[in-house]
Design a protein around this ligand. Structure first.
Ligand code: FAD
Length: 473
């Protein structure tokens, strides 16, 4: 018999428990990735995530081959593909690392049940979260709804385990019954890359998908920004954050590896900045905790009273202006253009751009969530909806509705010299450090850059009115 390792959101050899377990055994091994766009409830990937996946799988395939293995690609319903592959390769066991969305868990549970009936061992491992959602419980045994006690409770428990190094050598691939290796799809045939138009140039200039790229990002971060993370993380004009998010999203680096790299670097007396960074990893854990408990997080208001909120349907012109970064508010526009060009946006700017859509334009948060889902390379089934709901006020532990980001105040505070603004809005390059935040006050900007889409004062008042109505019921 042979072993199947089914990779999903864990596209790495380092600290990959399912892969390590198979490598330690005596059997031949089939490593498979299944592009499943048909099982019920699985959210189709957005465009930027597809681009990432293509390159990540290409990198993984090369890494596996360098260790004597190979990556098999299949497309279709995961359960049917795995059944077929088990038969083809006479598999006695199937191993995978756990995932946490309801649709994904349902697929996995179905496969476990089928395997049990066949006498095939199906084993799953913890790999992608430091703290599995069902293990973090309040004093009364329920899930957490507020981040701070959630994270305190995580930190009070056992230290996350040590990561395991990638196996030196991998078992040979298992042959099919015919004697040759099972047939693999070609990655190109999946059509994950954009064509006509190809909008991925800026993504390719910004990122190196795959395990090696992830490791380099971590090194770069530990070599510098981590020590000033507490302040640097708020400044979009400097590289003050790790930029690990897409690598974590696709599991190209293990959160345990990141955690222990910090421990090694600071065995004791870690600066407060390290704790702040750890708590951002904690937000990722918290978002998955929320999604695990609320599988409809991307579609349903966490606070059900928001079902009655009077969102306004934005006009096509308004929505397009927001998508294209032409709202007339430089911080929002720089962010939206950074997103389009690079597939990523700085966190502070994500908050400002999202707040502008849901509060100043009074648009339903789901419209913004969907756009981010399609354009972010780190589009994450838990973090994206959880953060949108946080901004909208409809989420767990959300920002209070009446706290409305002012994009002008924010850019003056966090990008005072306008470095970030000018990088993404070339029309503003010649404005001085004052006018760059409020170009409508400078007549020379008028032709090149749009006038504000809405007034900040009026739109703020309108949002507060809508909230007041909600409260009054
Ligand atoms: P760092 O500051 O270096 O943080 C390290 C890691 O912690 C990140 O890589 C990420 O995994 C995690 N993290 C940090 N902040 C958050 C947060 N607020 N929530 C959850 N995890 C966090 N993050 C995503 O990974 N995917 C998304 O789809 C996503 N959508 C977002 C939508 C909105 C409206 C907002 C306001 C935030 C969103 N975030 C999302 C959270 C955050 O903006 C990004 O994780 C962060 O900007 C990634 O950059 P970084 O890796 O340099 O972060």
């Amino acid at each position: 018999s042979s072993t199947i390792v089914w990779l999903r959101d864990d596209l790495r050899l380092d600290d990959n428990p399912a892969l390590s377990a198979a490598a330690a055994g005596p059997d031949r091994m089939t490593v498979v990735y299944i592009l499943d766009e048909v099982s019920p409830g699985i959210r189709p990937l957005g465009g930027a995530a597809k681009w990432w996946l293509h390159h990540s799988l290409a990198a993984l395939s090369a890494d596996l081959e360098s260790k004597g293995s190979r990556l098999l690609l299949r497309r279709g319903a995961a359960s049917a593909e795995l059944r077929g592959l088990s038969e083809e390769t006479d598999a006695g066991s199937i191993l995978w690392n756990r995932r946490y969305g309801l649709a994904e868990r349902t697929v996995d549970a179905g496969i476990k049940e089928w395997a049990a009936g066949q006498g095939i061992t199906a084993t799953s491992f913890q790999a992608n979260l430091l703290f599995e959602p069902w293990t973090v419980r309040t004093g009364t045994g329920g899930p957490y709804k507020v981040f701070t006690p959630f994270w305190r409770s995580c930190l009070a428990g056992a230290e996350p385990r040590m990561p395991a190094d990638a196996p030196q050598r991998l078992p040979q691939p298992a042959p099919a019954a015919s004697g040759s290796l099972p047939v693999s799809d070609s990655l190109d045939s999946w059509g994950l890359l954009p064509r006509r138009p190809d909008w991925s140039t800026g993504l390719a200039e910004t990122w190196t998908p795959g395990e090696r790229g992830a490791g380099l990002r971590l090194e770069d971060f530990l070599d510098g920004p981590v020590e000033e993370y507490g302040t640097g993380r708020d400044l979009p004009g400097v590289e003050g954050t790790s930029r690990l998010s897409p690598h974590l999203r696709f599991g190209e680096i293990s959160p345990f590896r990141v955690w222990q790299a910090l421990r090694q670097r600071y065995p004791r007396n870690a600066p407060a900045d390290v704790g702040t960074f750890r708590s951002e990893l904690g937000w990722r854990e918290f978002c998955w905790h929320l999604l695990y408990e609320n599988p409809g997080l991307a579609t349903d208001n966490y606070r059900r009273e928001f079902d009655r909120f009077a969102w306004q349907t934005p006009s096509d012109a308004e929505l397009t202006a927001w998508h294209q970064g032409r709202t007339g508010y430089p911080l929002v526009d720089a962010g939206m253009r950074q997103l389009w060009q690079t597939g990523w946006m700085h966190n502070r700017v994500r908050m400002a751009a999202a707040s502008f859509l849901v509060k100043n334009l009074l648009a339903d948060w789901r419209l913004g969530e969907a756009w981010f889902w399609d354009t972010l390379v780190d589009a994450d089934a838990a973090s994206n909806p959880a953060n949108w709901q946080w901004v909208a006020g409809s989420g767990a532990d959300a920002s209070p509705y009446f706290r409305i980001f002012n994009p002008v105040t924010q850019s003056k505070k966090f990008d005072s010299r306008g470095r970030y603004l000018r990088r993404f809005i070339p029309e503003l390059a010649d404005l001085d450090d004052k006018a760059v935040h409020e170009p409508w006050k400078d007549s020379t900007a008028a032709d090149a850059y749009p006038a504000p889409l809405v007034g900040l004062q009026e739109s703020r008042a309108r949002a507060l009115d809508a909230y007041q109505q909600l409260k009054e019921g």
